[in-house]
Design a protein around this ligand. Structure first.
Ligand SMILES: Nc1nc2c(c(=O)[nH]1)N[C@H]1C(S)=C(S)[C@@H](COP(=O)(O)O)O[C@H]1N2
Ligand SMILES: [Mo]
Length: 407
């Protein structure tokens, strides 16, 4: 086979892989053409997404927001990133939905219907930041495999549900309990029913926090299907992979949960920094817990043109995993000097914080605005890419937008 023809064939089959179906007249497609289904966020109207959302993959569905779409204080479903490891479940019957709590360290295994969960336990609402551990992956060099998230795999919606702590009290937890693992009904891409796409969890200490919920509502309505309808674990401030969607079973474990994507390089980083590209053994990899400090300029949109002499009011959000953001700064001279921005308190623990600033530009021309948050432990965002790791997690480099000032 000639090399050119071969390249074309692999390109076609990888496109078909992304689409999840063979492209019947694929050979007639112009070279470098991107099929419409991959240009639009959701041509089959599976989700209620804004047209500017960016599809990174549609088997499984992985879709991110652009920074300016995240301008809302409370992220709406329309602008919320979607991250799936497997196939979204279909035909969910809420009436027969149950949640079972089991595991080596449960005192009494119990199964609850959704109605029981809602009536038996007190309900709480928290606004919670959920950021994918791989957000920012696209900047790593050498590159990391996986969805090439830029900046938009983060959300901060309001979640309503019952406290996991109250459920744990109801079933009783043995003194040797270490971890909670979730199990859900989404299916593995291979179609193998014995395989779970993902089954992660959190240590007992995190499970017992006030804000750790089993949620049945998002922003005051049923959780949208793509985000975990009808029941979702919410463990804010940690990689969002800990917040299991479509959860029907929780196991109280006497060891660190060993479900799918808990081991190897999944959601783990080298315990000690390594050189870019270095091989790291499994035993030297540590599970990601609280996410690092980060921020996003959500207004204006990058590329804005400002009239000479006008002040520019910028705004955005900042978050710091389990910590609070204590200082917010911006730079218009590539990080040579920094100015203080206004920073609000979070509405509750684990919610992002809003910032704003009014900027005057000294003369006409091109500028970049860089934003830098500092957490309550004094850790600031790095100006450029932080520590390389094999899977490209935890890129919390300063967000930057482009601005032109013209008369
Ligand atoms: N059951 C299940 N839960 C899941 C996932 C999944 O694929 N299946 N993906 C996880 C990951 S990696 C992330 S980042 C978040 C994404 O949540 P969202 O799609 O609601 O934004 O869900 C987490 N919970
Ligand atoms: Mo994720």
């Amino acid at each position: 086979m000639k090399r050119r023809a071969f390249v074309k064939k692999t390109a076609l089959s990888s496109l078909a892989g992304l689409i999840g179906a063979p492209i019947v007249f694929g050979k007639k497609m112009p070279a470098n053409y991107r099929p419409v289904t991959l240009q639009e966020p959701d041509p089959y109207q599976l989700f209620d997404l804004n047209q500017e959302m960016v599809v990174l993959n549609n088997r499984p569905w992985n879709i991110e927001a652009k920074a300016h779409l995240l301008d809302e204080d409370i992220t709406s479903a329309e602008h919320m990133f979607i991250r799936n490891n497997g196939v979204i479940p279909k035909d969910i019957d809420v009436k027969s939905w149950t949640l079972t709590i089991d595991g080596e360290s449960v005192q009494q295994e119990k199964t609850y219907s959704l109605a029981e969960l809602k009536s038996k336990f007190q309900q709480y609402t928290y606004q919670v930041t959920l950021e994918c551990g791989g957000n920012g992956r696209s900047e790593f060099d050498p590159p990391a495999k996986g969805n090439q998230w830029t900046v938009g795999a983060v959300s901060c919606a309001q979640w309503t549900g019952v406290r996991l702590r109250d459920l744990l009290e109801d079933v009783g937890v043995k003194s040797d309990a270490v971890y909670i693992g979730y199990h859900a009904i989404d299916t593995h891409l291979s179609g193998d029913p014995a395989k779970e796409p993902i089954s992660r969890g959190v240590p007992m200490e995190k499970a017992l926090q006030d804000e750790t919920l089993l949620a049945f509502q998002m922003n005051g309505e049923d959780i949208p299907l793509a985000h975990g309808y009808p029941l979702r674990l919410i463990a804010g401030g940690w990689p969002a992979s800990a917040s299991g969607k479509w959860v029907n079973r929780l196991s109280i474990r006497d060891r660190v949960h060993d479900g799918a994507k808990m081991t190897g390089t999944s959601y783990r980083i080298p315990c000690k920094p390594v050189a870019p590209g270095e091989k790291v053994e499994d035993k030297d990899m540590c599970i990601i817990e609280s996410m690092p400090v980060k921020s996003l300029i959500t207004y204006p949109k990058s590329g804005a043109i400002i009239e000479s002499g006008e002040k520019l009011n910028i705004r955005g959000h900042a978050w710091a995993g389990e910590l609070e953001v204590s200082r917010m700064e911006y730079s218009i001279d590539f990080g040579a000097s920094w100015n203080q921005a206004n920073l609000d308190q979070p509405v509750n623990r684990l919610a992002w914080q809003h910032f704003s600033a009014s900027i005057e530009f000294p003369e006409n021309g091109y500028y970049e605005i860089w934003a830098k948050a500092t957490d309550s432990n004094g850790n600031s965002q790095p100006m450029v890419l932080p520590g390389w790791n094999p899977k490209g997690y935890l890129n919390n480099a300063c967000h930057r937008i482009a601005i032109k000032v013209e008369s």
